[in-house]
Design a protein around this ligand. Structure first.
Ligand code: ADP
Length: 317
């Protein structure tokens, strides 16, 4: 049975890949979706991970399911939509190297996840359930995931939430904020970026913001700060944990590597143990996760960039 089951989006990222001989722009087909990246990190560290989500009955959908299996993730919870295509995202780079996205998700198969599609065994048997807010941008996925997470919480599962706010996928910032706030009380462990923390609390100071978020339910709040490391708030205290300097080439997947490593460190603990975690234990876990996040920036892509346990342990020695 899985240590961690994640539910959410599984999609193709088409990333820029130079130009063909005829001058046409080329794109590289990459597996994407934050919950799957988080699971890939967990599986790479040797724990059992399972995914629940929907793709299209097309070549992209089959490629994604095979990719999960290849990454050591239980993909038996992947279902195929016969009518709606696999969700696609195209990444564009402007002349300065800044990224922008165009999404083909209006709808995309990930949003079609219905209650009947859920492989409940993967929820009932898991130690932790992880989810994000991309599931809440529209129906039927929104109700499906809210019900799934609420039921798992009532059944005593440890719940982990990484909103992973993507402005383009929401009708408005207000709607995103309302949907994320609605899910906050369900989570034991919450991970946000600084931008998400400010969206939710209006705070720019990480310790004040993390403390604000703690009041909304989660017993462990983590704020990732890119090259600045991470901050936390828990019952026994709050603080920041320093980053590990590395030669960064691509930050894709850093937050997911961080979250996967964090869940790997916290798996097996009860809700009560998480609520009463000592600061030193939490700081050690965050240090491990900071290393995983840093290492993920030294390689391209999401799933392929997840570091091994040996690489994580060797960093900073
Ligand atoms: P996200 O915004 O997706 O949550 P971040 O970019 O903040 O993710 O990265 C997650 C973690 O990875 C950070 O908290 C940090 O520990 C590590 N990290 C990210 N970028 C760097 C970097 N350039 N140098 C060192 N560590 C990094």
């Amino acid at each position: 049975m899985p240590d961690v089951t994640a539910v959410g989006e599984l999609l193709i990222d088409f990333t820029p890949a130079g130009f063909g001989a005829d001058g046409a722009m080329l794109f590289s087909r990459q597996p994407g979706g934050a919950p799957a990246n988080v699971l890939a990190m967990i599986a790479k560290l040797g724990a059992k991970a399972a995914f629940i989500g929907k793709v299209g009955e097309d070549s992209f959908g089959h490629f994604l399911k095979e990719t999960l299996t290849g990454a050591g993730i239980d993909a038996s919870g992947v279902v195929f939509d016969k009518e709606i295509h696999t969700t696609l995202a195209f990444v564009h780079l402007d002349s300065k190297g800044d990224r922008s996205f165009s999404f083909c998700r209006n709808p995309g198969a990930d949003l079609m996840l219905a209650k009947d599609d859920v492989n409940q065994e993967l929820v009932d048997g898991c130690g932790m359930l992880h989810f994000g807010s991309l599931s809440f941008t529209s129906e039927p996925c929104r109700s499906t995931v809210l019900e799934l997470v609420s039921n798992a919480r009532h059944a005593g599962k440890v719940i982990s939430f990484d909103p992973n706010y993507r402005k383009l996928l929401w009708k408005s910032e207000e709607e995103a904020k309302a949907q994320i706030e609605n899910a906050l009380p369900l989570a034991d462990i919450l991970k946000v970026s600084e931008e998400e923390m400010t969206l939710l609390t209006k705070e720019t100071d990480v310790l004040t913001g993390a403390a604000e978020l703690s009041k909304k339910g989660p017993s462990i709040v983590l704020v990732t700060m890119g090259a600045e490391g991470a901050a936390y708030s828990c019952l026994n205290g709050s603080g920041t944990v320093k980053p590990f300097p590395v030669k960064t080439i691509d930050t894709t997947g850093a937050g997911d590597a961080f979250m996967g490593a964090m869940l790997h460190q916290l798996k097996g603990k009860t809700k009560e143990e998480l609520a009463n975690i000592t600061e030193s234990e939490l700081r050690n876990a965050i240090e491990f996760a900071n290393k995983a996040g840093a290492l993920a920036t030294t390689k391209h892509g999401g799933i392929p960039a997840m570091p091994t346990l040996e690489e994580i342990n060797a960093l900073g020695q």
